[in-house]
Design a protein around this ligand. Structure first.
Ligand SMILES: *Cc1c(COP(=O)(O)O)cnc(C)c1O
Length: 463
């Protein structure tokens, strides 16, 4: 399997190189040269299989012969054994034809664990074979950092540093990052915003000398291995509800569009999907794009679903590339213009092809809070604000054909203050995390100054 860039100016690479690189050197995102596909019989055979086996089949379709099948299966077994539930991603019914797929049973209680747990094992495997050491630098608005630290702590050949905006993430989110005692992880509280953290990471990657010296790598949601790993639960959920004999729809709380794009990937692999509702909070760039054809950046509003407070959905470039029939020149033009002007007008034919699968729905804060209460009253399920955005979006879409699966992306206990303020109920941390507040924390504090943070990265990598 070869991977090409959405901007057409980078050479095609194999799976391993696409994973370690993250972003393509021409600024584009890697996509497989052709989409692998399963037959209806192969999809039907996923029903009732352990999650790790389906994961090995789906991810294996993208890895081709670059990762030995037996090794991949072993990595998937280990990755999903860290989850707190034997189904890994269990379904919970919340309406006559509506279900939650609970993606939050991993070590850091957010859906990022699903991809990060396997990604860390892929890194360790690949780097061990190549006798190479890498340093991963990531900026986090809360959940990515915790998932990365949980997944990479104690792994050989790789170090991870997470930068988070001091005072702007929840205490539970912070503690999942800062409680790790292993020497190969480090956390930095940056005196600034998430955007400041991201700007520092970007500047660090642009320092060619440092990048080579510490062999810098990234694990943000543009990494194609994360997308492949997220396609898995579309398959496991859909077959449990009758696919491939009947189509299943999905409703996805969205920010960077990685999770929803993974649904597109599953559909390209022949999983029959009715509709994918792209649910956003008031940062509605994606919802507006699917509705009107104009993809335009606004200013970021802080909401009670902070992992979705994003006004530039990186993975949208992959869907655009497909929508314009893989015209790399047009994709490069559009996203270079977006970087400067902050807007793209989606060509009508591309918009029509996107709307055949996707629908966007934006949900406000009051509606999100009311949905937490209503869901608790109607079903007894205490959902987090991100999941509530999606449940609210589904309520506004009664015409979407069922069964519909709402992706539940975080555990309510990860956002206890906002959940309690809305519902009056305090969410309890599940077993395994119950002692979180008592674990000692370890992190450094730095100003949002690129040169200081770069020196810190170098010292950490070389220690
Ligand atoms: C990251 C995240 C999202 C958004 O996922 P994208 O792939 O960025 O669209 C939604 N909910 C939670 C809890 C998250 O951590």
């Amino acid at each position: 399997m070869r991977y090409i860039s959405t901007r057409g100016q980078a050479p095609a690479v194999g799976f391993v190189d696409a994973v370690l690189a993250g972003l393509a050197p021409d600024g584009g995102l890697y996509v497989p040269q052709t989409w692998p596909s399963f037959s209806a019989d192969e999809i039907a055979a996923f029903a009732g299989k352990p999650y790790a086996e389906v994961a090995a089949a789906v991810i294996g379709a993208f890895a081709g012969d670059e990762i030995p099948k037996a090794d991949l299966l072993e990595m998937c077994r280990e990755a999903y054994a860290t989850f707190n539930h034997p189904a890994v991603v269990p379904l919970v019914q919340i309406g006559p034809n509506a279900f939650l797929a609970e993606l939050h049973h991993g070590p850091s209680l957010a859906f990022k664990d699903v991809a990060m747990q396997i990604l860390a094992r892929l890194y360790e495997h690949i780097l061990g074979k190549q006798k190479r050491r890498q340093t991963i630098l990531c900026a986090t608005s809360g959940d990515t950092g915790g998932a990365a630290v949980e997944a990479f702590r104690g792994r050989k050949n790789v170090k991870v540093m997470a930068l988070f905006p001091e005072g702007r993430i929840s205490e539970v989110q912070r503690r999942f990052m800062t409680a790790a005692v292993e020497d190969n992880v480090a956390c930095v509280a940056v005196a600034g915003t998430f955007d400041d953290c991201q700007a520092v990471v970007k500047a660090t990657f642009q320092d060619e000398v440092l990048r080579q010296a510490v062999d810098l790598s990234g694990v943000n949601s543009i990494n194609f291995a994360r997308i492949a790993a997220q396609a898995v639960y579309y398959f496991t959920s859909a077959v449990a509800l009758g696919a491939p004999l009947r189509p299943v729809s999905f409703c996805v709380p969205s920010g960077n569009f990685g999770d929803a794009f993974a649904g597109y990937v599953a559909s390209r692999m022949s999983l029959p999907i009715g509709k994918i509702i792209v649910a956003t909070n008031s940062n509605d760039i994606l919802a507006t794009a699917f509705e009107t054809g104009r993809y335009a950046r606004g200013s970021v509003h802080a909401t009670i679903s902070p992992a979705m407070d994003i006004q530039s959905a990186s993975n949208f470039e992959r869907l655009y590339f497909e929508g314009v029939s893989r015209e790399a020149v047009e994709t490069a033009r559009a996203f270079e213009a977006f970087a400067t002007a902050g807007a793209i007008d989606i060509p009508p034919s591309a918009l029509a092809s996107m709307q055949a699968l996707f629908r966007g729905v934006a949900v406000g804060e009051d509606e999100t809070r009311r949905t937490i209460v209503a869901t608790l009253n109607e079903t007894g399920e205490l959902i987090d604000p991100h999941t509530a955005v999606a449940v609210a979006a589904l309520k506004r879409s009664p015409d979407v054909p069922g069964p519909v699966v709402v992706l539940s992306t975080a555990h309510a206990a990860k956002f206890p203050e906002d959940v309690a303020a809305a519902s009056g109920v305090t969410a309890i941390l599940p077993r395994g995390a119950a002692d979180l507040a008592g674990r000692p924390e370890r992190f450094d504090r730095l100003p949002a100054e690129t040169e200081m943070i770069k020196a810190h990265v170098r010292a950490f990598a070389e220690a």
